[in-house]
Design a protein around this ligand. Structure first.
Ligand code: THU
Length: 135
């Protein structure tokens, strides 16, 4: 799938964000090597700690349905009621979760600021990751 289309899917996913505490709505669209797309949004909790990011929602949905080979993810985020105007980079925990299931050299992470898409490999965003090779 073209990265532009995947960004559109992430914008769609963001509409489901449950974020009454931060008011910051994030959407993610994750594509498998087979071309299947899993959407995710951030889901917050009154106890804060149990909150989950949009990226992990999408990844855990996919893994729990038997998918493990991922090619790319698009991520968008902005305060509720605002349109996308800044890049929303994945947090460190989400980068670590990606490193469990995605290839460092080929998995692409697309960020969108409302004007342009910037794309990075997972290895660029998480160098020297602690992963299966290190266990
Ligand atoms: N958030 C994500 O969903 N993904 C990111 O990559 C960064 C942060 C969420 C977590 C929290 O619900 C809100 O954005 C504010 O931090």
């Amino acid at each position: 799938m073209e990265k532009e289309e995947l960004v559109e899917r992430a914008i769609e996913a963001r509409k489901m964000s449950y974020s009454p505490y931060s008011g910051f709505c994030v959407g993610a669209a994750l594509e498998t090597e087979e071309g299947e797309v899993f959407l995710g949004c951030n889901i917050e909790n009154a106890a804060y700690g149990p909150s989950v990011c949009a990226e992990r929602t999408a990844i855990f949905k996919a893994v729990s349905e038997g998918c493990g080979d991922f090619s790319q993810i698009a991520i968008v985020g902005a305060p509720r009621g605002e349109s996308i105007s800044r890049f929303c980079a994945p947090c460190g925990v989400c980068r670590q979760v990606m490193s469990e299931f995605c290839r460092k050299d080929t998995f692409m992470i697309h960020l969108y600021d409302g004007k342009e898409i910037r794309s990075y490999t997972l290895g660029e965003l998480l160098p020297l990751a602690f992963d299966l090779d290190g266990v």
